[in-house]
Design a protein around this ligand. Sequence first.
Ligand code: PMP
Length: 346
Amino acid sequence: MSKFWSPVVHGLTPYVPGEQPKLPNLVKLNTNENPYGPSPKALAALQAEVGDTLRLYPDPGSDRLREAIAQYHQVAPNQVFVGNGSDEVLAHVFHALLQHDQPVLFPDITYSFYPVYCGLYGIQYRQIPLTDTFEINVDDYLQSNGGIIFPNPNAPTSRILALAEIERLLQGNPNSVVVIDEAYVDFGGESAIQLVNRYPQLLVTHTLSKSRSLAGLRVGFAIGHPDLIEALNRVKDSFNSYPLDRFAQSGAIAAMQDQAWFEETRARVIANREKLVADMEALGFEVLPSAANFIFAKHPNHEGAVLTAALRERSIIVRHFKNPARIAPFMRITVGTEAQCEALVG
Ligand code: PMP
Protein backbone atom coordinates (compact mmCIF):
# COMPACT_ATOMS: atom_id res chain seq x y z
CA MET A 1 0.00 0.00 0.00
CA SER A 2 1.43 3.39 -0.97
CA LYS A 3 2.30 5.62 1.97
CA PHE A 4 1.14 8.71 0.09
CA TRP A 5 -2.58 8.40 0.73
CA SER A 6 -4.53 9.16 3.88
CA PRO A 7 -4.21 6.90 6.97
CA VAL A 8 -7.94 6.22 6.58
CA VAL A 9 -7.21 4.37 3.34
CA HIS A 10 -4.54 2.29 5.10
CA GLY A 11 -7.09 1.25 7.68
CA LEU A 12 -9.77 0.10 5.23
CA THR A 13 -10.87 -3.53 5.20
CA PRO A 14 -12.88 -3.67 2.00
CA TYR A 15 -15.88 -5.90 1.47
CA VAL A 16 -15.04 -9.26 -0.07
CA PRO A 17 -17.73 -10.25 -2.58
CA GLY A 18 -18.68 -13.88 -3.14
CA GLU A 19 -16.65 -15.41 -5.92
CA GLN A 20 -17.91 -15.54 -9.48
CA PRO A 21 -16.06 -18.63 -10.70
CA LYS A 22 -15.40 -18.94 -14.43
CA LEU A 23 -15.64 -22.73 -14.57
CA PRO A 24 -18.69 -24.06 -16.39
CA ASN A 25 -20.92 -26.75 -14.89
CA LEU A 26 -20.68 -25.45 -11.36
CA VAL A 27 -23.74 -25.42 -9.17
CA LYS A 28 -23.35 -21.83 -8.05
CA LEU A 29 -25.25 -21.24 -4.83
CA ASN A 30 -22.98 -18.66 -3.17
CA THR A 31 -24.19 -15.16 -4.07
CA ASN A 32 -27.99 -15.32 -3.86
CA GLU A 33 -28.65 -14.80 -7.54
CA ASN A 34 -31.99 -15.89 -8.99
CA PRO A 35 -31.68 -19.11 -11.01
CA TYR A 36 -34.62 -18.38 -13.30
CA GLY A 37 -33.30 -15.43 -15.25
CA PRO A 38 -34.82 -12.03 -16.01
CA SER A 39 -38.22 -11.32 -17.54
CA PRO A 40 -38.21 -11.96 -21.32
CA LYS A 41 -39.73 -8.48 -21.64
CA ALA A 42 -36.68 -7.02 -19.90
CA LEU A 43 -34.41 -8.90 -22.30
CA ALA A 44 -36.36 -7.52 -25.26
CA ALA A 45 -36.09 -4.00 -23.85
CA LEU A 46 -32.32 -4.43 -23.53
CA GLN A 47 -32.05 -5.59 -27.10
CA ALA A 48 -34.06 -2.60 -28.28
CA GLU A 49 -31.42 -0.31 -26.76
CA VAL A 50 -28.69 -1.69 -29.02
CA GLY A 51 -28.55 0.92 -31.74
CA ASP A 52 -27.95 4.50 -32.64
CA THR A 53 -29.34 5.91 -29.37
CA LEU A 54 -26.24 4.61 -27.56
CA ARG A 55 -24.43 7.71 -28.77
CA LEU A 56 -26.75 9.75 -26.54
CA TYR A 57 -26.32 10.12 -22.79
CA PRO A 58 -28.90 8.35 -20.67
CA ASP A 59 -31.58 10.33 -18.80
CA PRO A 60 -29.66 11.68 -15.80
CA GLY A 61 -32.76 11.61 -13.61
CA SER A 62 -33.94 8.10 -14.62
CA ASP A 63 -37.40 9.70 -14.73
CA ARG A 64 -39.29 6.93 -16.52
CA LEU A 65 -37.76 4.30 -14.29
CA ARG A 66 -38.60 6.24 -11.15
CA GLU A 67 -42.16 6.58 -12.44
CA ALA A 68 -42.41 2.84 -13.07
CA ILE A 69 -41.11 2.09 -9.57
CA ALA A 70 -43.42 4.70 -8.02
CA GLN A 71 -46.40 3.24 -9.82
CA TYR A 72 -45.55 -0.29 -8.75
CA HIS A 73 -45.12 0.69 -5.10
CA GLN A 74 -47.92 3.30 -5.06
CA VAL A 75 -45.80 6.28 -4.07
CA ALA A 76 -44.91 9.52 -5.88
CA PRO A 77 -41.87 9.66 -8.21
CA ASN A 78 -40.19 12.19 -5.90
CA GLN A 79 -40.19 9.47 -3.23
CA VAL A 80 -37.94 7.26 -5.37
CA PHE A 81 -34.14 7.33 -5.62
CA VAL A 82 -32.33 4.98 -8.01
CA GLY A 83 -28.74 3.79 -8.12
CA ASN A 84 -26.35 1.38 -9.79
CA GLY A 85 -27.38 -1.53 -7.61
CA SER A 86 -28.60 -1.09 -4.06
CA ASP A 87 -24.94 -1.13 -3.01
CA GLU A 88 -24.56 2.28 -4.61
CA VAL A 89 -27.80 3.48 -3.05
CA LEU A 90 -26.45 2.35 0.33
CA ALA A 91 -23.14 4.11 -0.33
CA HIS A 92 -25.04 7.37 -0.77
CA VAL A 93 -27.11 6.64 2.34
CA PHE A 94 -23.96 6.21 4.45
CA HIS A 95 -22.40 9.25 2.83
CA ALA A 96 -25.42 11.25 3.97
CA LEU A 97 -24.62 10.18 7.57
CA LEU A 98 -21.09 11.63 7.41
CA GLN A 99 -19.90 13.34 10.59
CA HIS A 100 -23.06 12.59 12.51
CA ASP A 101 -22.33 13.02 16.21
CA GLN A 102 -24.06 9.76 17.21
CA PRO A 103 -23.19 6.21 16.14
CA VAL A 104 -25.15 4.38 13.47
CA LEU A 105 -26.65 1.15 14.82
CA PHE A 106 -26.77 -2.18 13.00
CA PRO A 107 -26.71 -5.85 14.02
CA ASP A 108 -23.44 -7.65 14.72
CA ILE A 109 -24.41 -10.25 12.14
CA THR A 110 -25.57 -8.46 9.02
CA TYR A 111 -24.64 -7.39 5.52
CA SER A 112 -20.89 -6.90 5.75
CA PHE A 113 -20.85 -3.84 3.51
CA TYR A 114 -22.26 -1.63 6.30
CA PRO A 115 -19.07 -1.48 8.43
CA VAL A 116 -17.05 -1.07 5.23
CA TYR A 117 -18.93 2.08 4.25
CA CYS A 118 -18.63 3.38 7.81
CA GLY A 119 -14.85 2.86 7.64
CA LEU A 120 -14.63 4.63 4.30
CA TYR A 121 -16.62 7.66 5.40
CA GLY A 122 -15.34 7.74 8.99
CA ILE A 123 -18.81 7.13 10.43
CA GLN A 124 -19.07 5.89 14.02
CA TYR A 125 -21.14 2.76 14.43
CA ARG A 126 -22.28 0.37 17.13
CA GLN A 127 -23.10 -3.25 16.37
CA ILE A 128 -25.98 -4.70 18.34
CA PRO A 129 -25.84 -8.48 18.99
CA LEU A 130 -28.63 -10.59 17.54
CA THR A 131 -30.54 -12.72 20.06
CA ASP A 132 -29.66 -16.39 20.70
CA THR A 133 -32.09 -17.30 17.93
CA PHE A 134 -30.43 -14.85 15.50
CA GLU A 135 -33.25 -12.34 15.68
CA ILE A 136 -33.29 -8.55 15.92
CA ASN A 137 -34.64 -7.32 19.25
CA VAL A 138 -36.12 -3.87 18.69
CA ASP A 139 -35.68 -2.93 22.36
CA ASP A 140 -31.91 -2.92 21.79
CA TYR A 141 -32.35 -0.15 19.23
CA LEU A 142 -34.26 2.21 21.47
CA GLN A 143 -31.14 4.18 22.40
CA SER A 144 -29.64 7.38 21.17
CA ASN A 145 -28.23 6.92 17.66
CA GLY A 146 -27.25 8.60 14.41
CA GLY A 147 -29.31 6.20 12.29
CA ILE A 148 -30.33 2.55 12.17
CA ILE A 149 -29.88 0.12 9.29
CA PHE A 150 -30.46 -3.59 8.81
CA PRO A 151 -31.64 -5.93 6.08
CA ASN A 152 -35.10 -7.43 6.41
CA PRO A 153 -34.92 -10.39 5.97
CA ASN A 154 -31.48 -10.14 7.55
CA ALA A 155 -28.43 -11.46 5.73
CA PRO A 156 -26.84 -13.95 6.08
CA THR A 157 -29.26 -15.28 8.70
CA SER A 158 -32.41 -15.12 6.49
CA ARG A 159 -34.61 -14.26 9.50
CA ILE A 160 -37.41 -11.71 9.18
CA LEU A 161 -38.54 -9.02 11.58
CA ALA A 162 -42.34 -8.48 11.62
CA LEU A 163 -43.67 -5.20 10.27
CA ALA A 164 -45.31 -4.42 13.63
CA GLU A 165 -41.82 -4.55 15.23
CA ILE A 166 -40.45 -2.20 12.57
CA GLU A 167 -43.26 0.17 13.40
CA ARG A 168 -42.36 -0.03 17.10
CA LEU A 169 -38.76 0.77 16.13
CA LEU A 170 -39.93 3.81 14.14
CA GLN A 171 -42.09 5.05 16.97
CA GLY A 172 -39.12 4.79 19.34
CA ASN A 173 -36.80 6.58 16.91
CA PRO A 174 -38.61 9.68 15.64
CA ASN A 175 -35.41 11.70 15.21
CA SER A 176 -33.02 9.46 13.31
CA VAL A 177 -33.12 7.84 9.92
CA VAL A 178 -34.20 4.19 9.88
CA VAL A 179 -33.09 2.30 6.77
CA ILE A 180 -34.64 -1.08 6.04
CA ASP A 181 -32.64 -2.91 3.36
CA GLU A 182 -35.25 -5.10 1.69
CA ALA A 183 -32.98 -6.81 -0.84
CA TYR A 184 -34.72 -10.14 -0.12
CA VAL A 185 -38.19 -9.05 0.97
CA ASP A 186 -40.01 -10.42 -2.08
CA PHE A 187 -39.25 -13.99 -0.99
CA GLY A 188 -41.34 -13.91 2.16
CA GLY A 189 -41.41 -10.56 3.90
CA GLU A 190 -43.89 -7.75 4.23
CA SER A 191 -42.46 -4.56 2.83
CA ALA A 192 -42.09 -1.49 5.03
CA ILE A 193 -42.74 0.67 1.95
CA GLN A 194 -46.38 0.82 3.11
CA LEU A 195 -45.14 2.80 6.14
CA VAL A 196 -43.13 5.51 4.36
CA ASN A 197 -45.99 8.00 4.19
CA ARG A 198 -46.49 7.79 7.96
CA TYR A 199 -42.83 7.91 9.03
CA PRO A 200 -40.68 10.66 7.45
CA GLN A 201 -37.51 9.09 8.90
CA LEU A 202 -38.04 5.75 7.11
CA LEU A 203 -36.06 4.81 4.01
CA VAL A 204 -36.57 1.41 2.36
CA THR A 205 -34.04 0.07 -0.14
CA HIS A 206 -34.70 -2.55 -2.81
CA THR A 207 -32.73 -4.25 -5.53
CA LEU A 208 -33.56 -5.73 -8.93
CA SER A 209 -30.71 -8.22 -8.44
CA LYS A 210 -32.68 -10.87 -6.57
CA SER A 211 -36.43 -11.19 -7.17
CA ARG A 212 -36.14 -9.59 -10.64
CA SER A 213 -33.04 -11.62 -11.50
CA LEU A 214 -31.03 -8.69 -12.88
CA ALA A 215 -27.88 -8.76 -10.74
CA GLY A 216 -25.75 -8.13 -13.84
CA LEU A 217 -27.64 -4.96 -14.77
CA ARG A 218 -26.96 -3.16 -11.45
CA VAL A 219 -30.19 -1.46 -10.46
CA GLY A 220 -31.41 -0.68 -6.96
CA PHE A 221 -33.66 1.95 -5.44
CA ALA A 222 -34.78 3.60 -2.23
CA ILE A 223 -38.24 4.81 -1.27
CA GLY A 224 -38.95 7.35 1.45
CA HIS A 225 -40.19 10.82 2.25
CA PRO A 226 -39.41 13.37 -0.53
CA ASP A 227 -37.07 15.23 1.86
CA LEU A 228 -34.98 12.12 2.47
CA ILE A 229 -34.85 11.49 -1.27
CA GLU A 230 -33.93 15.09 -2.04
CA ALA A 231 -30.95 14.81 0.32
CA LEU A 232 -29.77 11.62 -1.37
CA ASN A 233 -29.94 13.38 -4.75
CA ARG A 234 -27.82 16.15 -3.31
CA VAL A 235 -25.20 13.65 -2.14
CA LYS A 236 -25.28 11.80 -5.47
CA ASP A 237 -24.92 14.93 -7.55
CA SER A 238 -22.11 16.25 -5.35
CA PHE A 239 -20.35 12.95 -5.87
CA ASN A 240 -21.14 13.08 -9.60
CA SER A 241 -21.84 9.38 -9.60
CA TYR A 242 -22.97 7.82 -12.84
CA PRO A 243 -26.63 7.84 -13.72
CA LEU A 244 -28.06 4.49 -14.65
CA ASP A 245 -27.06 3.69 -18.21
CA ARG A 246 -29.57 3.23 -21.02
CA PHE A 247 -29.66 -0.54 -20.65
CA ALA A 248 -30.19 -0.39 -16.91
CA GLN A 249 -33.03 2.11 -17.21
CA SER A 250 -34.87 0.31 -20.04
CA GLY A 251 -34.36 -3.20 -18.71
CA ALA A 252 -35.43 -2.21 -15.21
CA ILE A 253 -38.61 -0.49 -16.44
CA ALA A 254 -39.66 -3.61 -18.34
CA ALA A 255 -38.80 -5.84 -15.36
CA MET A 256 -40.85 -3.72 -12.96
CA GLN A 257 -43.81 -3.95 -15.33
CA ASP A 258 -43.73 -7.72 -15.87
CA GLN A 259 -45.81 -8.80 -12.90
CA ALA A 260 -46.56 -12.27 -14.28
CA TRP A 261 -42.88 -13.24 -14.61
CA PHE A 262 -42.08 -11.80 -11.21
CA GLU A 263 -44.87 -13.77 -9.50
CA GLU A 264 -44.13 -17.01 -11.29
CA THR A 265 -40.39 -17.05 -10.66
CA ARG A 266 -40.57 -15.94 -7.07
CA ALA A 267 -43.20 -18.61 -6.33
CA ARG A 268 -40.83 -21.21 -7.79
CA VAL A 269 -37.93 -20.00 -5.64
CA ILE A 270 -40.13 -20.09 -2.52
CA ALA A 271 -41.37 -23.61 -3.34
CA ASN A 272 -37.78 -24.79 -3.92
CA ARG A 273 -36.74 -23.24 -0.62
CA GLU A 274 -39.43 -25.07 1.31
CA LYS A 275 -38.42 -28.39 -0.23
CA LEU A 276 -34.72 -27.68 0.32
CA VAL A 277 -35.31 -26.89 4.00
CA ALA A 278 -37.23 -30.15 4.46
CA ASP A 279 -34.53 -32.15 2.67
CA MET A 280 -31.73 -30.54 4.67
CA GLU A 281 -33.57 -31.18 7.93
CA ALA A 282 -34.03 -34.81 6.93
CA LEU A 283 -30.23 -34.97 6.57
CA GLY A 284 -29.86 -33.75 10.16
CA PHE A 285 -29.18 -30.06 9.46
CA GLU A 286 -30.53 -27.26 11.58
CA VAL A 287 -31.94 -24.58 9.26
CA LEU A 288 -32.94 -21.12 10.46
CA PRO A 289 -36.46 -20.09 9.35
CA SER A 290 -35.90 -18.35 6.00
CA ALA A 291 -37.89 -15.56 4.40
CA ALA A 292 -35.21 -15.06 1.72
CA ASN A 293 -33.88 -16.80 -1.42
CA PHE A 294 -31.17 -18.45 0.65
CA ILE A 295 -30.98 -20.59 3.75
CA PHE A 296 -28.58 -20.56 6.70
CA ALA A 297 -27.88 -24.09 7.87
CA LYS A 298 -25.53 -26.02 10.15
CA HIS A 299 -24.97 -29.65 11.01
CA PRO A 300 -24.40 -30.82 14.59
CA ASN A 301 -21.43 -33.02 13.63
CA HIS A 302 -19.73 -31.17 10.79
CA GLU A 303 -18.07 -27.74 10.68
CA GLY A 304 -19.32 -25.21 8.12
CA ALA A 305 -15.86 -24.80 6.57
CA VAL A 306 -15.44 -28.56 6.14
CA LEU A 307 -18.86 -28.97 4.56
CA THR A 308 -18.25 -26.00 2.25
CA ALA A 309 -14.96 -27.54 1.08
CA ALA A 310 -16.57 -30.96 0.61
CA LEU A 311 -19.35 -29.47 -1.52
CA ARG A 312 -16.77 -27.67 -3.60
CA GLU A 313 -15.14 -31.01 -4.38
CA ARG A 314 -18.52 -31.91 -5.87
CA SER A 315 -18.56 -28.61 -7.87
CA ILE A 316 -21.19 -27.04 -5.62
CA ILE A 317 -20.29 -23.56 -4.37
CA VAL A 318 -21.92 -22.22 -1.19
CA ARG A 319 -20.87 -19.38 1.11
CA HIS A 320 -19.16 -19.75 4.46
CA PHE A 321 -18.37 -16.91 6.91
CA LYS A 322 -15.59 -17.37 9.48
CA ASN A 323 -16.61 -14.32 11.48
CA PRO A 324 -18.17 -13.74 13.88
CA ALA A 325 -17.35 -17.13 15.45
CA ARG A 326 -21.03 -17.72 16.20
CA ILE A 327 -21.86 -18.15 12.52
CA ALA A 328 -18.77 -20.18 11.56
CA PRO A 329 -20.67 -23.52 11.88
CA PHE A 330 -23.19 -22.36 9.25
CA MET A 331 -23.32 -22.36 5.47
CA ARG A 332 -25.32 -19.83 3.51
CA ILE A 333 -26.89 -21.59 0.56
CA THR A 334 -28.73 -19.84 -2.27
CA VAL A 335 -31.96 -21.50 -3.34
CA GLY A 336 -31.33 -22.74 -6.87
CA THR A 337 -33.44 -24.55 -9.45
CA GLU A 338 -35.14 -27.84 -8.55
CA ALA A 339 -32.19 -29.71 -10.13
CA GLN A 340 -29.56 -27.63 -8.30
CA CYS A 341 -31.26 -28.22 -4.96
CA GLU A 342 -31.39 -31.95 -5.74
CA ALA A 343 -27.67 -31.92 -6.55
CA LEU A 344 -26.99 -30.30 -3.18
CA VAL A 345 -28.89 -32.78 -1.02
CA GLY A 346 -28.36 -35.83 -3.25
N1 PMP B 1 -28.24 -5.59 0.64
C1 PMP B 1 -28.08 -6.86 0.98
C2 PMP B 1 -28.54 -7.32 2.31
C3 PMP B 1 -27.46 -7.76 0.09
O1 PMP B 1 -27.26 -9.03 0.43
C4 PMP B 1 -27.05 -7.29 -1.17
C5 PMP B 1 -26.44 -8.23 -2.19
N2 PMP B 1 -25.18 -8.69 -1.90
C6 PMP B 1 -27.22 -5.94 -1.47
C7 PMP B 1 -27.84 -5.11 -0.55
C8 PMP B 1 -26.72 -5.32 -2.74
O2 PMP B 1 -27.36 -5.78 -3.87
P1 PMP B 1 -27.19 -5.03 -5.26
O3 PMP B 1 -26.06 -4.06 -5.15
O4 PMP B 1 -26.96 -6.11 -6.25
O5 PMP B 1 -28.49 -4.31 -5.49
